[in-house]
Write a protein that binds this ligand. Structure first.
Ligand SMILES: [Zn+2]
Length: 127
């Protein structure tokens, strides 16, 4: 009677499947070396792109693998700043023009009190 009873399970329970008669996908173990001296391997699918770095399983530091050439040149490239991106789209002359326009708008809002200061900006804009 007991053998015939359904085996209970819960949502998210571990699978009852096993590896018998199953061909696992081909994989390779990649060794990583932590700067603090820990060594560990991570299994990857045979066709997977192997990352150059992996978080150390022991201490969480960035561990390197000898299996991949480090993309050192890519990493050495400094990140583009907002200024760099701006300069790809605009020239200094463009920016001077935009600045003059904006200053004119601001001075207009402030009213006639600053009219004497606005005059030089207008001259620069035309130059
Ligand atoms: Zn470590």
């Amino acid at each position: 009677m007991a053998e015939r009873a359904l085996r209970g399970t819960r949502l998210g329970a571990t699978s009852y499947e096993n590896d018998r008669n199953t061909d696992l996908a081909p994989r390779r173990d990649v060794a990583f070396d932590c700067p603090k001296g820990h060594h560990f391997t991570v299994p990857f699918a045979a066709e997977a792109e192997i990352p150059a770095v992996w978080e150390c399983r022991v201490c969480g530091a960035t561990a390197l693998t000898a299996a991949v050439d480090l993309p050192a040149q890519k990493k050495a490239k400094p990140p583009r700043s907002h200024w760099d991106m701006l300069m790809e789209r605009r020239t200094i002359a463009d920016l001077e023009e935009v600045l003059a326009e904006r200053l004119a708008v601001i001075r207009e809002r402030r009213g006639l009190a600053d009219a004497t200061q606005a005059a030089p900006a207008v001259q620069r804009k035309s130059a």
